[in-house]
Design a protein around this ligand. Structure first.
Ligand code: NI
Length: 165
């Protein structure tokens, strides 16, 4: 296994719209286990492939968010339904040392493919629902800071530039 470098804002790869995965190759197997390892060592709850510089539609989510306590590795995940709203604190490995309250759907219904090319459907709330919305946003080139109000985004930019220096 290899530890991957996590790209941080404003790296342009984080703004790329990730391409669908058509074939689950050996390379994708290796990438997904490296992503899991990298996420764990960074204490992240989830990671999208563009965060490690590979703009393809692949996400991993940590075991502690999943009911059966196994990490999720999902290909081409899509949010099919969302319901109601909740405001909760978020952070991102690609936006280090910054946390803010973000409005998300409370419940989501997600369809994806697992590494055996089987369709997976997950109906969830709570931390897992938040993680799905955050990680699928990454695949569309969206960061959690994009959900901030213009005022808060201005504050973020000032703070973040200080951290970066
Ligand atoms: Ni993130």
């Amino acid at each position: 296994m290899a530890l991957l470098t996590i790209r941080t804002y404003p790296d342009p790869v984080l703004r790329e719209i990730a391409s669908p995965v058509r074939h689950i190759t050996e390379k994708i197997h290796t990438l997904s286990s490296d992503m899991l390892e990298t996420m764990k060592l960074s204490n992240g709850a989830g990671l999208a492939a563009n965060q490690v510089g590979v703009p393809i539609r692949l996400i991993v989510i940590d075991a502690h968010l999943n009911q059966d306590n196994r990490p999720l590795i999902l290909i081409n995940p899509e949010i099919i339904e969302m319901e109601s709203e909740i405001i909760a604190e978020e952070g991102c490995l690609s936006v280090p040392h910054y946390y803010e309250f973000i409005k998300r759907a409370k419940r989501v219904f997600v369809r994806a493919m697992d590494m055996d090319q089987k369709t997976v459907e997950i109906n969830c709330e709570g931390l897992l629902a938040k993680a799905f919305q955050h990680e699928i946003d990454h695949l569309n080139g969206i960061l959690f800071i994009d959900h901030l109000s213009p005022v808060k985004k201005g504050i973020f930019k000032k703070q973040y530039n200080k951290i970066k220096k």
